[in-house]
Design a protein around this ligand. Sequence first.
Ligand SMILES: [Zn+2]
Length: 672
Amino acid sequence: MHTNLERVRVPTPKEKIEALREQLRHHEYLYHVLDAPEISDAEYDAMLRTLRDLEEQHPDLVTPDSPTQRVGARPREGFVKVRHSSPMLSLDNAFGENELRDFDRRVRGLLGDEAYFYVAELKLDGLSMAVHYRDGRFAQAVTRGDGETGEDVTENARTIRSIPLGLRKRKGDWEVRGEVVLNKKAFEKLNEENEAANLKRFANPRNAAAGSLRVLDPSITASRKLEYFTYFLYQNGKFACATQHEALETLRELGFKISQHWTRCAGIDELVKFCANWEENRDSLPFEIDGVVAKVDSVAQQERLGWTAKAPRWAIAYKFAARQAETVVEDIIVNVGRTGVLTPGAVFRPVNIGGVTVSLSTLHNEDEIERLGVEIGDTVLVQRAGDVIPQVVRVVQQGEHRRPFHMPKHCPICGGETVRAEGEAATRCVNTNCPARLKESVLHFAARGVMDIDGLGEALVDQLVEQGLVRNIADLYGLTLEQLTELERMGKKSAAKLLEHIEASRGRPLPRVLNGLGIPFVGERTAQWLAEAFGDLDAIMTASEDQLQRAEEVGPKVAKSIHGFFHEKRNRELVERLRHEHLSFTYEAPKRAGGALAGLTFVLTGTLPTMAREDAKARIEAAGGKVAGSVSHKTDYVVAGAEVGLKLTKAQELGIKVIDEAALLAMLEGTE
Ligand SMILES: [Zn+2]
């Protein structure tokens, strides 16, 4: 045994600070670049707090690349214009396979007999930005602007976690270029929050990303979950690597995020295949993409190909077919939801957009209709994006006999009064017994993933509500075989089956019950957090708004909504009736980390022979596994059912294990 005096020496504050920064940078890299965190957010925050405390005691040791310095700067007056080191590229576009092959013919013609490769990368729909590093440290970020000159957004870009403040392993001066994007989920969430706060909705993730980067207050940028995907690497104003594929690999080594779906193609046929594949599967990505960028891989060949007046001859942007079309608004109708909100929707002359016939879209609320300036009879541009519902982009031409839409003063379902509360975008039916609200709330309660009452569909709920058999969700538990068999199209057998399903739903855990109550802003996730934080329904009901905010993801707005819900006498009576029906009011959180499927991610596809998808999901999660919606490199297993879908093809492409239900059950049994 040797004793090493160095090791027992107490580290100096400087050493402690540096060690902490090193660890924090490592975990930021794992989380934001590799999407593979090893510690929880809470552990990360604790580490960051320790560092901040140390830096406060030793202000002379604070450096601009410390992880504590992401958000510090104050809002600014405006943005300074900055000239780019070299113009930021704008590429020629190719629409369709023929134009792509034309591009390849031009490249082949200029390169003669030489072999060449393409690097194909997904074209993310975001905002281009250049980031400069001096001596390995984050120094400046500049938006694309007009390509020659952009805006200095350094303080805002600093808050984006996938932009390293210090490079891994290497020093020196570098410039990277890439795309600032907001993923579809973050985009939806931002719009929901904006709507709740009575702010404008963003039309698409690209606008939302641009709006979030170009705000004067960096703390707003920090709250928006922007990501930065890089694709160019420069040193001294020139490409830093001899090939594009090496540049991508080097970017990753330096600590930058790159899109994982790039490939090197040996020829035009491979490139065409790559483009076609992603045009078809673009919805499986968490981000919006609008095409594929192909670059000749070798920089020496790029130099020989050179430029036209506007764009390089060695690169092309293959644009996917537009998922927009023009059509006429034939009517604007109103739908009443379970919280009583009246949602206006446009009825279109049916139009085919990217292979899907579209005849309806939501117009969200009065403000949105006003913003669009849309009236019945107008011709509008409609867009279908991802799996998002279609939306009206703008009015193309006003109709000759156009007529404006007015929010009805009376509920179209019950005739009750409608009101738009001050400071709210939504108009609501005030009648708490409105059948529209009741029907929607029963359907929500019975839905898959909520209380799972199979067979309780729309037609049946209509009858139950209209005949007065169901006046609130608790009435479901009092239904009898006689009552059900008297309904239209209801045989004795299906009535008995339905009663069985209703009976079985009594056993659903508290988070499902909470979700089923239909409290505004409380969905599956929030219900889960609430149940885990409080352990029983009575504690949630009696909690103050402040106490409610102890639960994860519950902010002031959600807390207010929950508190308000349980404050209403009607809702408290409903809860008492559900208690009387012996629904689960207490909850013990499952031990996630210890399960034998811990750390494994599953994707379910097709219909499983014996298990409902929700059950399979619940059992995997109970055993510590995760269930994801789409296949990615993070997927460990795809569980395939009867029909075989796209997900399976993709899994095979990525080399992911595909198993059947029997194999899943065997894995689960090993754990139970
Ligand atoms: Zn009504």
